[in-house]
Design a protein around this ligand. Structure first.
Ligand code: 1GP
Length: 254
């Protein structure tokens, strides 16, 4: 089954998912990734996202193969640019940065990437990517040269997501940016949730299980955790238990 189908099916049943974000630039020593891989194999982790706004180290393939050698969890590319395409992953978030007005990230990079993607086996997942302001300037806002949507402009975000859905995008990703000071508020998540029917990915600054739960409750289908695990990998246990409990409670209601 394709990952997009899995996400749509889970969304239809109210089931939640969790992805661990691995930024190849932040893997200074293989042991750090090994700890995450051990925790991922012992807990219910649905996906690995791999990528970053700016990858300066040539270890993308190595990181993917290290994941694949140790766990059977799908690897999804979360690319900062068309340079971050690696056919050894399972899928790619084909991101259009619809909260911004930078043509290169709305369609330019995609033109470069399309013929490459046509000739490999990566599942292409068309995704409307929305940056939401989170306090300080994040790497992704700086590198993308776009202005994030103000965090209290709920209808701006909701209409942007709706336009993305109408354009045929299959997922919406609300991102406060990696290591964001403030995570995306439940009010913002629920405003976007009400405006679209496609699965909603939420990430950026989720560094406690309370924040993760609030995002799920507000309507996130898939939460992405990266930065916080660099400081405290064990947090993964707490958050994945929450996702597991949420899904189990749905089973119990059947
Ligand atoms: C960033 O949404 C991801 O693009 C995850 O953010 O690293 O802050 O968890 P964190």
């Amino acid at each position: 089954m394709k990952i997009l189908e899995i996400l749509h099916e889970r969304h239809n049943h109210g089931k939640k998912s969790i992805a661990v974000l691995v930024d190849p630039d932040k893997i200074e020593e293989p042991n750090r990734l090994n700890t995450l891989l051990r925790l991922a194999s012992e807990n219910c982790i649905d996906f690995f996202f791999v990528g970053g706004s700016l990858v300066t180290t040539p270890n993308l393939s190595e990181v993917i193969s290290q994941i694949k050698e140790n766990v059977s969890i799908p690897v999804v590319l979360f690319p900062g640019s068309s340079l971050q395409i690696d056919p050894s992953a399972d899928a790619i978030l084909f991101l259009s940065l619809i909260s911004g007005r930078n043509p290169d990230l709305l369609i330019g990079q995609h033109v470069v990437a399309a013929p490459i993607l046509k000739n490999n086996r990566l599942e292409v997942m068309p995704t409307g990517y929305l940056l939401i302001n989170s306090g300080k300037t994040t790497s992704v806002a700086y590198i993308s040269n776009t202005t994030p949507i103000p965090e209290d402009k709920y209808s701006l975000a909701a209409c942007t997501a709706l336009a993305g859905e109408m354009l045929g995008l299959k997922l919406i990703y609300l991102d406060a940016g990696s290591g964001a000071e403030r995570e995306i508020s439940p009010k913002m998540i629920s405003a976007v949730r009400k405006s679209v029917n496609v699965p909603l990915i939420v990430g950026g600054g989720i560094n406690t299980s309370q924040k993760a739960f609030a995002a799920l409750q507000a309507g996130a289908d898939l939460i992405v955790i990266g930065n916080a695990l660099e400081k405290d990998p064990e947090l993964l246990i707490e958050i994945s238990d929450q996702v597991y409990d949420w899904n189990q409670s749905l089973e119990a209601k059947k």
